[in-house]
Design a protein around this ligand. Structure first.
Ligand code: NAP
Length: 203
């Protein structure tokens, strides 16, 4: 019998995408033996304000992953108007491809937020959570949270990965104060930010 295809979902606001996101996806792919990873920029988020327009965030994701043959851009959330919810996204994906096993790739912070999302129980049924445990985290707190989520149905795989001290917020602040972001994002993304004059006038 043919085994199920294993597909990772790397969802994010990606404002902008950076090397930490790429490392997380690569680590998940290697440690979970994923056949491919879908990079899925969010559309409008009800949780975040003043987010750069979707098309520009999508363009940067496309540039960042173009040299990775197993990474694909998924427009499923970016194309949706209104708020997007992970549970709805997983429902459409599993309806379209019932033979695929999905792995939702997340940073450990999300373990502490996911219960506030829409229908977490259904998310747990449709995808395995692949959680990055960066080496400065409080491991006990993560495992305690993970154990409680597992008791309510979550299947969680923990990834070991080094900490890359990069955040989208810091990148936007660096651009605004004319500091280099060369080591933080792929060169194509740095070039795009410069060419499009993104983030220079952030509040
Ligand atoms: P984001 O800020 O762009 O980050 C994307 C992912 O990358 C997060 O899991 C984040 O984990 C991780 N990450 C960031 N910096 C990293 C670094 N230096 N090294 C390794 N990992 C790093 O995305 P987001 O806005 O949190 O959204 C993530 C997903 O959650 C999206 O798919 C979004 O649609 C979904 N979401 C769903 C709902 C809902 O259904 N109600 C609500 C909110 C979000 P950390 O957070 O741990 O940094």
């Amino acid at each position: 019998m043919k085994s199920k295809e294993k597909v990772g979902i790397m969802g994010g606001t990606f404002n902008p995408i950076h090397n930490g996101h790429l490392l997380l996806a690569q680590t998940a792919q290697e440690q979970v033996a994923l056949d491919k990873v879908l990079f899925m920029p969010s559309g409008n988020s009800y949780m975040k304000e003043n987010v750069l327009e979707t098309q520009k965030r999508v363009d940067m994701v496309a540039l960042a992953i173009k040299n990775y043959p197993d990474f694909e851009l998924s427009m499923i959330e970016a194309q949706k108007s209104g708020n997007t919810y992970t549970v709805e996204t997983l429902k459409s994906l599993t309806e379209q491809t019932p033979e695929t096993q999905y792995y939702f790739i997340i940073g450990a912070d999300i373990l502490f937020q996911i219960e506030q999302w829409r229908n977490p129980q259904q998310i747990f049924q449709m995808a395995v959570l692949v959680c990055a445990v960066r080496d400065d985290y409080d491991l006990d707190a993560i495992h305690e949270k993970g154990t409680r989520l597992a008791a309510s149905g979550a299947d969680i795989i923990y990834l070991n990965m080094p900490r890359l001290d990069i955040s989208s917020t810091d990148i936007r602040a660096r651009v605004k104060s004319s500091q280099s972001i060369r080591k933080l994002v792929p060169p194509e993304v740095a070039h795009y930010i410069e060419q499009e004059h993104l983030y220079y006038e952030e509040d």
